[in-house]
Ligand binder design. Structure first.
Ligand code: EPS
Length: 390
């Protein structure tokens, strides 16, 4: 079973990730992982912190001579900002120092501050926000890079783009090549395939800057090249649509998920929604009239692109703070403000890619599992032949 864990606080010494269950012999490029880490840091609307950090995946276990060796892979990503927080977040008690803790006592509506403080019995939300922070997603993106490295030798690619920022929405479908090309584009701006739409998205972010506000949006992740039959219809927890949804909603600030054209489908008759089935005798394969299902039927991949969207609420740290109550005095007080981001839609897309890559890699190994890349390759080839001669 492929599994990962992360540890680390936003302003602590570093983030740590371990990924266990990767087979041996997978080519790993630190440069490719770092590229995704860089992409996650970009986008119009990111805050001052991103000028401090320059994320790099330091692989300290599980990879030798650029290939996995089957043991758990461990990755460190150092926080450059730690230099400025060593006393505030010291591991050992530095008792007696003058108010070194930068307490946060006015919880931000929408943030983990209040429920976390109540749950863990802290009258300082600092310990909650440090871990709740989306800084943690840098570690997830590194894990996603390893997951992509497992899928790439089988021709499986994963990419993302921004569908909406605030009320501005991409009004046309995006082709795979356009979406994939975005990962090579610099600067990232808002990660939209349509420049005219992107300019309007940028104007919305500018308005949020001007008014001390924040803005959310929608990103879309597309995975291409998956064989049919990953996941399963037989139990609730093996259904791949449910597993992808959990992975996407677990991303900080994501409040909703959509697979394929779910929202449109809910408003239509069935005759307009299902993807008709055809057969290409020459290619010896089934084809489909459209891909409104987002590549998933009955909790299984159907051989079409997997398409999953994440809906982001606006970041909860506002320069023009909302009403809150002080944790100590219980008096009304404006919510705390800390340096923050105004818009993170394209960055969230990169994180979505990582989470989707991990879940798909997990499902891929469940179906084709083996201890080495050649063993998995044999299993995949045997299955693809079975599907072709069906
Ligand atoms: C975050 C607050 C900001 C963001 C941070 C998430 O950090 P800081 O308080 O240091 O300015 O920049 O995101 C990251 C550091 C990152 O790498 O994505 C929060 O409160 O969630």
């Amino acid at each position: 079973m492929l599994r990962f864990e992360t540890a680390g606080e936003s302003h602590g010494e570093c983030l740590v990730a371990t990924l266990t269950g990767l087979p041996a012999g997978i080519p790993i490029s630190v440069e490719a992982i770092d590229r995704d880490l860089w992409r996650r840091q970009q986008g119009y609307g990111r805050g001052g912190r991103m000028k401090i950090e320059n994320d790099h995946a330091e692989i300290v276990a599980g990879v030798r001579h650029s290939k996995t060796i089957g043991s758990p892979v461990a990755i460190l990503i150092r926080n450059r900002d730690w230099e400025n927080w060593k006393d505030v977040l010291a591991v050992e008690d530095t008792g007696g120092a003058e108010n070194p803790r930068k307490p946060v006592t006015r919880p931000r509506p929408g943030h983990a501050d209040l429920p976390g403080a109540l749950k863990y019995d802290f009258h300082d939300a600092r310990y909650i926000l440090e871990r709740a922070s989306a800084r943690e997603t840098a570690a997830r993106v590194a894990v996603g890079g390893l997951s992509k490295a497992l899928l790439a030798p089988f021709g499986i690619g994963i990419a993302s783009h921004s569908i909406a920022v605030g009320p501005v929405r991409l009004a046309r479908p995006a082709a795979w090549d356009e979406i994939a090309a975005l990962s090579r584009r610099e600067p990232v701006v808002l990660g939209c395939v349509d420049l005219e739409t992107e300019a309007r998205m940028k104007a919305v972010v500018d308005e949020a800057y001007r008014t001390g506000d924040t803005v959310g949006g929608v990103f879309e992740v597309v995975a291409r090249g998956l064989p049919p039959g990953l996941g399963s219809h037989v139990t609730w927890d093996t259904r791949l649509d449910g597993r992808l949804a959990q992975a996407i909603v677990s991303i900080q600030a994501v409040k909703g998920v959509e697979i394929g054209l779910a929202a449109e489908g809910a408003a239509e008759f069935g005759s307009k929604v299902q993807d008709t089935i055809h057969y290409d005798r020459e290619g010896r394969r089934f084809t489909r009239g459209a891909n409104r299902a987002g590549g998933l039927e009955g909790g299984m991949t159907n051989g079409q692109d997997v398409v999953v969207r994440g809906m982001l609420k606006p970041i909860s740290t506002l320069r023009r703070p909302l009403e809150s109550s002080d944790l100590a005095t219980k008096e009304a007080a404006p919510a705390a403000y800390e340096r923050s981001d105004v818009c993170v839609v394209p960055a969230a897309g990169v994180i979505g890619e990582a989470m989707a890559a991990f879940v798909l890699a997990q499902a891929f190994l469940e179906k084709f599992g083996g201890d080495s890349l050649p063993e998995i390759r044999r299993n995949v080839e045997g299955y693809l032949e079975q599907v072709k001669s069906f």
